[in-house]
Design a protein. Structure first.
Length: 391
């Protein structure tokens, strides 16, 4: 998030033919159909409002920007559909670029908090920036729905304005471990984590679930480009699989250097790596990489995907659907008359409706009341495609 194993076909570690067969024999899970009862951003077309805005906050132009752009496009589509259907309620969408950098997020969020026109925010996408600025949202009473920040600790800070629109890494970590061991047949796994809040938190959950199957534990840094020492340690450990816990910007050169060093092993990454930019950056090394992701495969959502392609001339990406759903929660709240932050916050707290991605309704900590399952994906013929659902 299978036709063959996710192998880097080279020759240092012993090949895992049995693991490859396990992966090959797994039947691909059916893509979910678009829920018939999913709330739609356009509502009934009779909404009335004025001088109200929602915002997207997150990376647009920085490192790993493609993940943020996927979300922003989902939000843009929801707002367009709403405004086209509701001539008497034109909601403005304001965009704020944090570049995904935790140090930038507090200043950006302060700007939004000071703009009283904004009643709700889709974002922040990344766990590090969410940790850095969550208290500012909370003090300003500005509700945020993150469509992709998965570090479990974010919901444990006592913030009343934080809501997560997907499952957290308490779900993804064990699911990743189950996929590695049950689906890929791995008995020895190297876990590589970057230094982000996301990478650290997810790696911790994966290692906890794998237990003594972890044979090496490697650490890398954000913006690192050279991985020779890590690659040599992995080569020495001779793992059956490597789980990379981080983002595609570093995962791509890491995968390429594994490939160049002749390391034959199965490579699995999380949602932060699941992007076409990884496939482009890793080149031949990306072939049949697997991914885990608490994101629903949207290819079954034919109407949504068609509208997205028409507006942006490309397919939806990772978390486009979740961004669309988060915006829909805010837009339907405005349509119901919740045009200030206090009312919007109560609207979200009491929300209970089906989205395209998940059943949306939150507990007292801002976590989804119904935890969604985790999906796996893989690179096949240069494209990221759906693989199996891990329950």
């Amino acid at each position: 998030m299978a036709a063959t194993a996710a192998s880097l076909v080279l020759g240092a570690c012993a090949p895992r033919e049995d693991a490859g067969n396990n992966a090959a024999n797994q039947p691909q899970s059916d893509a979910p159909a678009e829920p018939e009862n999913a709330h739609k951003p356009e509502g009934d077309g009779n909404a009335k409002c004025s001088n109200v805005a929602i915002a997207y906050a997150g990376t647009i132009n920085g490192e790993n920007a493609a993940l943020g752009q996927n979300i922003l496009n989902g939000v843009k589509l929801a707002v367009k559909k709403h405004n086209d259907a509701n001539p008497d309620c034109q909601v403005e969408l304001k965009e704020y670029d944090t570049e995904g950098v935790p140090e930038r997020a507090p200043g950006i969020v302060t700007q939004m908090v000071n703009d009283e026109q904004i009643v709700g925010v889709v974002g922040l996408p990344f766990s590090g920036e969410s940790k850095a600025a969550g208290n500012i949202f909370d003090k300003g009473g500005l509700p945020q729905i993150s469509p992709s920040a998965t570090n479990p600790a974010l919901s444990q800070n006592g913030w009343k304005t934080f809501f997560r629109g997907l499952g957290n890494d308490n779900a993804q970590g064990p699911a990743a471990a189950k996929f590695l061991t049950d689906n890929l047949g791995a008995e020895k796994v190297c876990v590589v984590q970057d230094d982000s809040e996301y990478g650290i938190g997810l790696a911790s959950e994966v290692k906890k679930a794998l237990g003594d199957k972890v044979v090496c534990d490697e650490k890398v840094k954000t913006k690192q480009k050279e991985f020779s020492a890590v690659v040599q340690n992995i080569k020495a450990a001779q793992p059956d699989a490597v789980y990379y816990s981080g983002y595609y910007q570093e995962a791509a050169p890491f995968a390429q250097q594994l490939y160049d060093a002749g390391v034959e092993t199965q490579l699995v990454g999380p949602d932060g790596v699941k992007d076409d930019e990884y496939v482009k950056g890793a080149g031949d090394a990306a072939a049949e990489t697997f991914f885990t992701c608490p994101c629903v495969p949207g290819e079954g959502f034919t109407k949504f995907a068609g509208e997205y392609r028409k507006m942006f001339d490309k397919d939806p990406g990772t978390y486009s659907v979740e961004g669309y759903d988060a915006a829909t929660v805010l837009l339907t709240g405005i349509d119901a008359g919740n045009t200030d932050r206090k009312k919007m916050l109560e609207w979200i707290k009491n929300y209970d409706a089906q989205g395209l991605s998940n059943k949306l309704g939150w507990d007292e900590n801002g976590e989804l009341a119904e935890t969604p399952t985790v999906w796996t994906y893989k690179v096949e013929n240069g494209k990221i495609v759906r693989n199996v659902e891990i329950k």
